[in-house]
Write a protein that binds this ligand. Structure first.
Ligand SMILES: [Ca+2]
Length: 306
């Protein structure tokens, strides 16, 4: 019998705040301050655009959180040793897949957003995905884009079951287990678009009476730890397309706010998503992304695999 284990943790890559940028220097979790550079927020949606400059106290708090999040990985390391030891002792290691991933990323200071996970930027939506198990070559790095919804059909195929048509996502079992040789199927699997969605959670109950504002503003995550910065709201709601087709790496987002705001980034040219290029796209490209979003937010199961 094949067993599948899922464990969750977080890996953070970069840390930068409004006005300056810091880069993680592993393995000592050393934060290095780089040259000052102002990050423009005018082309971001309203919740990010309205951010205040982070105070020194907030930066100190974010530093602490950054360190503590790395420290939590020490417990994950310990857990993995225990887990693999037990699997080995019970002679289950050779037929067990271990998946290490997360259901969200996390930002710490980027775009003056103190600490949260509700923005459509790579800090918040990109997660680690490590898999160990039978037939998976050690140390192999795959650059095929996959989403967490792809795990369910992959796991079903691992255990020898067929994938029902109503299941979202696409199995990447064959790509994962495949020899390193290039073939047409592997190339085809990079021609994907992925859907990213978030629904803002602000309502009457998310009001923080210790912070400015009113209950009816429907703001949320207004934290005293960061000068009452509100990190979510009722209309921090968006759908995005991540487009990997034709050697692109683009994201296009539509917000359901009072402005119907649009954001798009070319991740090849602009990995930190500093310049919103949505109005540099051709009108036809925006229209096609809009249609794709309409389809992907309504479709289910196999019909989404375009
Ligand atoms: Ca989570």
């Amino acid at each position: 019998m094949i067993k599948v284990l899922v464990r969750i943790s977080f890996v953070l890559y970069f840390y930068h705040t409004f006005g300056f940028m810091r880069k993680l220097s592993a393995p000592n979790v050393l934060l290095v301050l780089s040259d000052d550079q102002d990050v423009e927020l005018h082309d971001k949606h309203w919740l990010v655009r309205s951010a205040q400059h982070l105070s020194n106290d907030s930066v100190f708090t974010i530093d602490k959180y950054f360190q503590r999040r790395w420290e939590t990985l020490l417990a994950v390391d310990e857990m993995m040793v225990t887990l693999v030891t037990v699997l080995n002792e019970t002679q289950c290691l050779d037929n067990t897949y271990i998946i290490f991933t997360s259901d969200n990323g996390y930002h710490l200071g980027q775009f003056a957003q103190p600490f949260d996970k509700r923005q459509p930027y790579d800090t918040d939506i990109k997660v680690p995905l490590l898999i160990r198990g039978p037939g998976v070559p050690a140390g192999r790095l795959m650059d095929m884009p996959v989403s967490l919804v792809d795990l369910t059909p992959t796991i079903l195929e691992w255990v020898g079951l067929s994938v029902p048509n109503y299941i979202d996502g696409r199995s990447f079992k064959s790509e994962l287990l495949k020899e390193q040789q290039k073939n047409k199927k592997l190339q085809f699997s990079k021609q994907r678009v992925l859907l990213i969605e978030y629904w803002g959670e602000g309502n009457d109950d998310t009001y923080n009476p210790a912070c400015p504002g009113h209950r009816t503003d429907h703001l949320a995550q207004c934290t005293l730890d960061a000068d009452c910065h509100c990190q979510d709201s009722w209309n921090n709601t968006y759908t995005c397309i991540r487009d990997f087709r034709y050697n692109l790496d683009r994201i296009y987002c539509e917000f359901r706010d009072t402005e119907n705001f649009l954001e798009a980034y070319d991740l090849h040219q602009d990995p930190y998503q500093l310049q919103n290029i949505v109005y540099e796209l051709l009108p036809m490209e925006r229209a096609l992304y809009g249609l794709l979003l309409q389809n992907l937010t309504k479709c289910t199961g196999r019909t989404c695999n375009i």
